[in-house]
Each structure stands twice: as structure tokens, then as C-alpha cells.
Design a protein around this ligand. Structure first.
Ligand code: AMP
Ligand code: MG
Length: 503
């Protein structure tokens, strides 16, 4: 267990063609650190499709995955580092966080020409581990696997899951749990907190280097602009506003929207106590550590804006030489975040409701009345939209009404909606239903199903539910009659009331 990481021979080079730009940045951006080998690694899941997308040698990786994705063996070309960052955790600033249990193995250029990070999570302590053990438990690893891949299949920007390995070693949380290592792929792991790390130290020079780095990597269209830092702030605000609107559209609650868990690339990251809402209520919170509801479903846009304001603060010295002017420009960008969110959200909810034609006077009221109906009726968020999609196809309300405990209450709204939509367009609903189907999933990672799949894997080593759930969720918008039960909300007694971050 205390053996050093094995360096794989040069022949293994072809498996992953690393090109590590982050490791070429100044040395205070990261700490060089190697994974700590584990006792008896076993590959429990490998994402071949993603491996192919990344241009990896998937056959070799699948064969030797236990060694490589546990960190026991290090591929040639890998330059493992733990990234430095800071962050606001539940509103409190922590100047020194960093990858405490994640190790960036390196970067590859994927088949689309995009640079992607490959990172191990749970591969042992780093200089940023503080009191943590640098390890991960199997439950949270499988959970992140399921949910991040489901997000991707839903079409929402997210980090991806390449592999999950069990370690054969326990980790100690409240109880003893089986350990695991997760392999995550991201456009990059640069966060709002990465900027805060340098800004908190008054290190404008490295903040500037970071700005240039992320513009190069994520926003090349901004290169050469007069105020690159301001343009970057605006661009990140746009991507985050769009992202959060997409989350709300599928009932996703991130759970820990700390600034260290908000990417600069606009990808969803860090699936800790995240959850998908069953019954609609904007105040919904699942995370056991979020007692104040700071990160409740309906609070996410405001928190997004708050985080963008924290990013803005780090960029002030680079936005304008005159501090007052810098603050004014940054404030405008922060204000624009909310306008952008509203635009994105309006588009999302309109498409979900099949309001595909130009906006009309009564639309806002119709949308409000719909959300009020869901809330009053405690309707299942996903199935109400999907039911409406079915009703749009059928031209009858039945499938919509079946999503409500009291169909009578929903009928009046449905008739108003039908009057609004049938009055427009001569498509008899089919084109509208097609569009609605493409944004209203039948299948989301429902908490009770995720928990069930995790329990079978953890308690009995039975991965069949985990596999089945991944399969169903890879086609969330398709009609999959054989898997109809996966579309059902939890029955009484099955509801998951709390989720845990598991760190
Ligand atoms: P999170 O809430 O998962 O985003 O993590 C917040 C911070 O705690 C990050 O700096 C993590 O690297 C660190 N951390 C979380 N779990 C552990 C662990 N088991 N060992 C070391 N550091 C950890
Ligand atoms: Mg984090």
C-alpha cells in the first residue's frame, strides 16, 4: 500500500497522448503530486464511448484500467498535479482550498480538437488535503458517474465520467465504507475559486496569466479585445446563466454552488449532494449540509449571480486602471448576468411548454399559472412536462392530467394552453410535440433509483441496477416502454429526503 506509483513503460505512451498545458503554468498554480497506490484496484466501470471521443486506446485502457484509473500505474506523459484554488463555501471565504483529493493526470486533445482534462478523484492526499484523507467512497463515486453522464445525455454542459475503480481499501466517514477512485474529464478544472486564489494574495500578475490562459483555452474569440478581463467576465456570466437555466429546466439542484464548484468553462462540476427534484417546489433542498436553503432549487440563479460578482472582484485591477471605473464596468456585467439568465430561462420554459411561436401577451401569465399549478398540486416536475408533451401529440388532455392527483384542477389550465397553442400553427400538434419531446425528458436520475442502484453495488457488489440506470439515462428523451418504471416518481416511503456530499 505504501509502494510508489509504478511508471508504466514507454510503449504505453500511445494509450493517452498527453499534452499538459496547466503543468506549464507558473509553479504556484499547482503542486506536483503523485497518486498514492491502493491495495486491490478493480475496474467497475469504463466509459468506452467517452474514451473513443478522447482518442484514447480504449482496448488497452479497459484491460489495464484497474491499474491506470486507480493511480497505481502512471502513464508516460502524465504530469500529475493538484490544482490550487480558493473559494467561498456557503458564503465564507477560504483563501486556501485546492485539490485535496483530486489529481490532474494531464490533458488530451479530443477528436473535435478540444483540450480536455483527465483527473483522478480519490487517489490519495495532496498538499491541499488539510484534514481530509484524499480518498473517496464508492457511493459518491458511482453517484457522480450516473449523474454526470445523465446530465451529458440531457444535453447539459458537464464534466464527464471516464471510469470508476474500487480500491479494496476502506475509507472512514461516519462509518467504514468501500473506497473508490473516480476518473473525471472536464473542459478544464479552472474555477471561480482559481481566480480568487490569486486575487486574495494580491497577485495581479498571476491573475493576468490565468485570464490569458482561460481565454486561450475556453474563449479564443475574445483574444485581442481591448478589455479581455471584462470580456471574459461577461462571457463566463453568459455561459453560467445559460447553464443554470438548463439546470432549472430539468429540475436539477446542484447542492453546493460554492465558488470553488463553479467552472470558468460553463460545465456543471462537483456532483456532491446534488439531486433532481421530484415534486415541484422552488424551495426544494436535499443537501444535508444546506440547512439555510442557500442552494435551494429556486435560489440558484441568484447564487450564480453572487458567484459571478465574486469573479468580478478578482478581475477589478485588470478591468480598468481607475478603481471606480473598474467597479462600474464590473457591476454592469454582474447585472447583465440576471438579464441573461432571464432570457435563457424564458427560452427554456417556453420551449418546454411548446410555446414555439413568437411571444404573446398572455404567455407570461400562462407560464406563471402553470408553475403555480405544479406547486399547488405537488405535481411531479418531470412527468407534468412530459405529460403535456404527450397531450400535445394526442390533442387530448389525458396524458397531461394523469400527472396530477386532482386532474380537475389541471384541466382549466390545459384548456387555456390548448386555446393558446391550437390557435397558432396548423401543425395539429405533432411538430410542437416533437420539439417538446426534445427538451422534456422522460427519464432523469431520480434520487430513489440512484440510491437503490448504489446500495446494490455497495452492499452486494451487484452492479446490474447501476448498469441499467446508466443505460436508461443515456437516452432520456426517448420513449423506452421496457423501462417505464424508471420514469415513475417515488412511491410513498420511497422518497429520498436528504442527500449527503460524502466527502
Ligand atoms: P467539495 O465540497 O467536494 O467541493 O470540496 C471542498 C474542498 O474540500 C476541496 O478543496 C476538496 O479537495 C476538499 N476535500 C473534500 N473531500 C476531501 C477528502 N476526503 N480529502 C481531502 N480533501 C477533501
Ligand atoms: Mg469542489
Amino acid at each position: 500500500m505504501t509502494e510508489a506509483t509504478r511508471r508504466l513503460p514507454d510503449e504505453a505512451k500511445a494509450r493517452v497522448a498527453f499534452d499538459n498545458s496547466y503543468a506549464r503554468l507558473p509553479q504556484n498554480f499547482f503542486a506536483r503530486v503523485e497518486p498514492t497506490p491502493v491495495a486491490a484496484p478493480q475496474l467497475v466501470k469504463f466509459n468506452r464511448a467517452l474514451g473513443l471521443e478522447l482518442g484514447l486506446d480504449v482496448d488497452a485502457l479497459e484491460r489495464d484500467g484497474a491499474e491506470i484509473f486507480s493511480g497505481n500505474g502512471l502513464l508516460p506523459g502524465s504530469e500529475p498535479v493538484a490544482m490550487a484554488y480558493a473559494g467561498h463555501q456557503f458564503g465564507q471565504f477560504v483563501p486556501q482550498l485546492g485539490d485535496g483529493r483530486a489529481i490532474l493526470l494531464g490533458e488530451v486533445i479530443d477528436r473535435q480538437g478540444q483540450r480536455r482534462d483527465i483527473q483522478l478523484k480519490g487517489a490519495g492526499p495532496t498538499p491541499y488535503s488539510r484534514r481530509g484523507d484524499g480518498r473517496a467512497a464508492l457511493g459518491p463515486v458511482l453517484r457522480e458517474y450516473i449523474v454526470s453522464e445523465a446530465m451529458h445525455a440531457l444535453g447539459i454542459p458537464t464534466t464527464r465520467a471516464l471510469a470508476a475503480v474500487t480500491t479494496g481499501q476502506p475509507v472512514y466517514r461516519e462509518t467504514m465504507l468501500p473506497g473508490a477512485v473516480f476518473t473525471r474529464v472536464a473542459a478544464s478544472h479552472v474555477r471561480v475559486g482559481t481566480f480568487q486564489f490569486f486575487a486574495a494574495r494580491g497577485d495581479t500578475e498571476n491573475t493576468r496569466i490565468l485570464v490569458d490562459y482561460v481565454i486561450d483555452r475556453h474563449y479564443p474569440e475574445l483574444k485581442g479585445l481591448e478589455r479581455p478581463a471584462l470580456a471574459l467576465l461577461d462571457a463566463v456570466a453568459e455561459r453560467q446563466a445559460a447553464l443554470i437555466a438548463r439546470w432549472l429546466g430539468v429540475g436539477f439542484i446542484h447542492g453546493v454552488m460554492n465558488t470553488d464548484n463553479m467552472t470558468i468553462s460553463g460545465e456543471t462540476i462537483d456532483f456532491g449532494p446534488c439531486a433532481f427534484m421530484d415534486t415541484y417546489d422552488p424551495r426544494t433542498v436535499y443537501s444535508s449540509i444546506d440547512q439555510m436553503g442557500r442552494y435551494a432549487y429556486g435560489n440558484q440563479p441568484l447564487i450564480g449571480q453572487w458567484n459571478i460578482a465574486r469573479l468580478a472582484e478578482t478581475l477589478l485591477p485588470l478591468i480598468h486602471d481607475t478603481p471606480d471605473e473598474a467597479v462600474n464596468l464590473a457591476n454592469d456585467a454582474v447585472t447583465r448576468f440576471m438579464d441573461r439568465f432571464q432570457d435563457n430561462w424564458r427560452r427554456t420554459i417556453r420551449t418546454k411548454l411548446g410555446l414555439t411561436e413568437a411571444e404573446e401577451d398572455g404567455d407570461t401569465d400562462l407560464i406563471r399559472a402553470y408553475l403555480a399549478l405544479l406547486s399547488e398540486q405537488k405535481a411531479d416536475f418531470t412527468n407534468a412536462f412530459r405529460g403535456l408533451t404527450g397531450a400535445a401529440a394526442d390533442g387530448t388532455p389525458d396524458r397531461f392530467l394523469s400527472a396530477f392527483a386532482e386532474p380537475g384542477a389541471a384541466l382549466a389550465w390545459f384548456e387555456a394552453w390548448q386555446a393558446r397553442t391550437i390557435a397558432r400553427g396548423t401543425d395539429a400538434g405533432s411538430a410542437r410535440a416533437e420539439i417538446m419531446r426534445s427538451v422534456n425528458p422522460a427519464f432523469i436520475p431520480r434520487n430513489h433509483q440512484v440510491e437503490r442502484a448504489l446500495a446494490a453495488a455497495i452492499e452486494h457488489g451487484d452492479y446490474s441496477l447501476f448498469e441499467a440506470l446508466n443505460d436508461v439515462l443515456s437516452r432520456p428523451y426517448d420513449v423506452q416502454p421496457a423501462f417505464a418504471s424508471y420514469g415513475e416518481p417515488p412511491k410513498a416511503g420511497e422518497e429520498v429526503l436528504q442527500t449527503f456530499c460524502g466527502t
